[in-house]
Design a protein around this ligand. Sequence first.
Ligand SMILES: [Zn+2]
Length: 227
Amino acid sequence: MASQTRKAECRRIAEELETFFNKGLLALKPGLKLSPDQDPINRPAFREYLEAVKEVLIAHEDYRRAIRQRLEEEKLLELRERFEKAVQRLNSLPTVVGYFDLHVVPELRKATKDELKAGKASKEYPFLLNPMRLTLQHEIVAIRAASDELVEKFGDKFVAEEVGIQIERFKRALALCGEEFPLGVCRYKHCGRIFVKKRMKQLFCTPNHASAARVQRFRERKRSKEV
Ligand SMILES: [Zn+2]
């Protein structure tokens, strides 16, 4: 893929993931008839995934930054190990069991009353694949089949599949985009929000949080000098 196209694609995925991680399914798919308590972000299980994602992003960024700054070998190794551990932790969380490997995104449509009656879709999951509307995409998308473990964790097949898909997208985007993946975790201690970066070196979600962190660092340094 040409670098410009990839950059645009990486940005698009980052923007969608930012919405999902911060606002959940209802913001990502406004047409969905879900009650807020069906949204994964309102479930305790989601926090575990979010923390694992954040740890990967932070460890990735720190490692890349250390390479740019040409830190000593020992420090680089340590940061690389931390990144690998974070990836392992994320990989250990159950997601989906298979992938569409065709670079297409199958669109879902709501099942009709007749199709529901015929048992083609269930009341809990009233969606069917729409084979007439396959959209070409520059990414491989996880199949809608969450592992049983994930369904159990979230207590709902649809929600579990959405979480599984977004987590798989995150992993794939990170592998595809690497340093060009403009997703970050705000480094201000009291924030920690996932955000889309305007500049790749950006460490804080807003200028406000950059200056709040600066003030905090200043205070901490002053305190450590006083003791
Ligand atoms: Zn922030």
